[in-house]
Design a protein around this ligand. Structure first.
Ligand SMILES: N[C@@H](CCC(=O)N[C@@H](CS)C(=O)NCC(=O)O)C(=O)O
Length: 212
């Protein structure tokens, strides 16, 4: 089983957590969007969105993060002989969709210092143009990615897009906090989980400075 991912990609992190939790062995392939490796023709040919993560089991390839996680659960049941408790409950799946509905792109990019963001974005556009001329049969898909890159730049200049993204995140975190409090898993700004308690700041929402 192959996972194509990058450490900075939130969706890649979600899948890696599921793989670790279920104890599934996989081959890790780093594909860095920062250096434009997601635009290499060999990768782009199978994944024309160029997005990460991508999960491959033989000829079966999955691009959607939630579908990958649910597939990993099925593998765990088959290979480890688990029962129904190995599958996420309906409520957990609903939360996965709720979290997935927030697109981290604009919030994340707006927190990257502008000079770095602009030079990486320019470099990525140059990579797309170079790959397009190397593989003309993929030109229309590369053209979509180029259009996407210009649209992202435009949206980042729009304060309303950033405001909406931040508000969506704040609503989501508030909902998570309410839920965890109701379940007695959240206290004084900390998530009461073994791993988070080892590093109290890991469970704190403070450093994000998401003040309203
Ligand atoms: N197909 C994925 C989307 C994954 C996604 O948006 N990945 C981001 C990183 S977390 C990405 O690769 N962005 C690069 C791009 O948009 O070109 C899903 O629906 O779960």
């Amino acid at each position: 089983m192959q996972l194509y991912h990058h450490p900075y990609s939130l969706d890649s992190q979600k899948v890696r957590l599921a793989l670790e939790e279920k104890g599934i062995d996989y081959t890790s392939n780093h594909v860095s969007p920062i250096t434009g490796r997601n635009m290499d023709a060999s990768f782009f040919r199978i994944n024309q969105s160029a997005r990460l993560p991508v999960f491959q089991n033989g000829s079966h390839i999955i691009f959607n993060t939630i579908e990958i996680i649910q597939y990993i659960e099925r593998i765990a049941v088959v290979s480890l002989g688990g029962d129904d408790t190995f599958f996420s409950s309906r409520e957990v799946v609903e939360w996965m969709h709720k979290i997935q509905a927030w697109n981290p792109k604009y919030f994340t990019l707006s927190h990257v210092p502008e000079k770095y963001r602009i030079s990486v974005s320019k470099f990525n556009r140059q990579v797309i143009i170079a790959r397009m001329s190397e593989s003309p049969e993929l030109a229309s898909a590369y053209h979509c990615k180029l259009k996407d890159a210009y649209e992202t730049e435009d949206k980042l200049k729009n304060p309303l897009v950033l405001k909406r993204s931040k508000e969506h995140l704040v609503r989501l975190l508030d909902e998570v906090e309410t839920k965890l409090k109701r379940n007695g898993l959240f206290s004084r700004g900390r998530i009461l989980d073994g791993r988070c308690n080892a590093d109290p700041s890991a469970g704190s929402l403070g450093p994000l400075e998401l003040g309203r």
